[in-house]
Design a binder for this molecule. Structure first.
Ligand code: ADQ
Length: 442
């Protein structure tokens, strides 16, 4: 038994550890914390309860020892080799489950070898958790990559209390039933004492598949609001884009679920019809590289980049591009500057569990400036119902809502909408989300 044996009363298990692993010139490895919303929410609980985190460090084929972060959380890396990465992560998680759970925007691939890898890797996670969790401890499993872990863990360690939270949508039975391994996935999930979904509709989709002993409930996730509140120099940010009259913004992982192409087409249609002036408007689109080896992601990137080129070719002028496209990940501080400076945030996923970008934008507008155009198909639309809601499958619907948001900018109505949404996000933040889940679990 190693030092970490059964050390933790509380363990989070997620596909990724909250770190970025780096290798220096001599080849030695170090891990830098990469704090996201989940870490911010769980950090107090982890610190209070001798917490542990089991996950993949993000590098392929590397065995790393367990190590502790500054706040005393111990991270337990799980190894994925090249075959695991291809078959479990890129394959079953992101080319089977991801499109199936997002209402078949792309066609899922059903591959028995990927399924075996999914089982094998889920078992590895479950075993690691079983080794490091104290008697009668609490385990919180995260997301679609690990749906078998609750069931496996229940067999290995009947003493544990197990929660599972699904960050992505859960599809209606008519779609879920396509999955050749639906029974195994269901019994894996049913190993949890508490099953959390983003929305009541997802919880209902799960319940419709048959009775289980688990409690099934909706817990809409949110953000750590604090970093978005401090004002930045918005004039300076707008200056960088040539002081446009209207600054529109899109921020997403480059994923086909996010509706980036549809949003650009809507913008193009507004330019084409002369409803938006190309000289005084800038659309900034930041798209983080994501899952780049998968064919559907390559196609999506090409289509987006072709649209950007076409729109700038048609409507830009020498020295002014109307769309500023960045295929990169930005630092949080840069992201906040963009959020605060943008007049209209355009969030148009075809399907999205929640969408935190919408909440981050709203959190950035404590002064009630700005406007949010939001897809009805984002989970966030349930909480941010004061947004300009659009149907992302209908380019005209996106265009008309963007236009409305531009035209209303600065009005009392626009300010009142933003004020209401800002209060919503401040009240229902990610800390409250975590508290509610854990309270229900125990
Ligand atoms: P994602 O699909 O990744 O999350 P989202 O909720 O929007 O989508 O979260 C993206 C995060 O990445 C945000 O915090 C955002 O700031 C950041 N980000 C995006 N683009 C970036 C860029 N170019 N540079 C830097 N940061 C960038 C999944 C589900 C969602 C669900 C979340 C949380 O698909 O529906 O809301 O999990 O449960």
């Amino acid at each position: 038994m190693n030092a970490a044996a059964k050390a933790h009363d509380f363990v989070v298990v997620a596909n990724r550890l909250p770190v970025d692993v780096e290798r220096d010139a001599e080849g030695s490895i170090s891990a830098r914390p990469s704090p996201g919303g989940l870490v911010a929410a769980l950090q107090p609980v982890l610190a209070r309860r001798r917490g542990g985190w089991v996950g993949w460090p993000g590098t392929v084929g590397e065995t790393l020892p367990s190590f502790s972060t500054e706040d005393g959380t111990t991270l337990h890396p799980v190894v994925l080799d090249e075959a695991d990465f291809e078959e479990f992560y890129e394959g079953f998680s992101n080319a089977t489950l991801w499109p199936l759970y997002h209402d078949l925007i792309m066609r899922p691939i059903y591959n028995a070898q990927w399924w075996q890898a999914y089982e094998r890797v889920n078992r590895r996670f479950a075993q690691r958790v079983a080794e490091v969790t104290a008697e009668d401890g609490v385990v919180w499993v995260q997301d679609y990559q690990l749906q078998l872990v609750p069931g496996m863990l229940r067999e290995l360690r009947p003493d544990l209390t197990i929660g599972l939270f699904m960050h992505i949508p859960f599809p209606p039975p008519s779609l879920f039933r396509q999955l050749p391994w639906r029974e195994q996935i269901l019994s894996g999930m049913r190993g949890a004492d508490l099953l959390g979904f983003q929305l009541e509709s997802c919880a209902a989709n799960f319940r419709a598949l048959g009775a289980s002993k688990s409690k099934v409930r909706a817990f809409p996730i949110s953000i750590d609001v604090e970093p978005f509140l401090a004002p930045t120099d918005t004039a300076a940010t707008r200056e960088k884009f040539g002081n446009p009259r209207t600054l529109l913004l899109g921020v997403d992982r480059l994923d086909y679920t996010k509706g980036i192409l549809q949003r650009l087409e809507a913008f193009e249609s507004l330019l084409e019809r002369g409803l938006v002036d190309a000289e005084s408007t800038v659309f900034v689109q930041v798209a983080t590289p994501s899952r780049e080896r998968l064919e559907h992601y390559r196609q999506t990137r090409s289509a987006v980049e072709e649209a950007v080129g076409r729109i700038n070719g048609r409507f830009g002028s020498i020295g002014h591009s109307v769309v500023r496209y960045h295929h990169q990940s930005l630092r949080k501080s840069e992201l906040i500057k963009l959020y605060q400076a943008a007049d209209v945030m355009v969030v148009t996923p075809l399907k999205d569990g929640m969408n935190l970008v919408a909440k981050e934008y709203v959190a950035s507008h404590a002064d009630a400036s700005g406007a949010l155009v939001l897809s009805e198909f984002a989970g966030a639309a349930e909480q941010l119902n004061q947004a300009y809601l659009c149907n992302p499958h209908d380019v005209d619907s996106i265009a008309s809502k963007v236009l409305e948001a531009i035209q209303h900018a600065g009005s009392a109505e626009a300010r009142s909408r933003m004020h209401t949404m800002h209060q919503q996000v401040r009240t229902f933040d990610v800390q409250r989300w975590a508290e509610q889940f854990l309270k229900e679990l125990q």
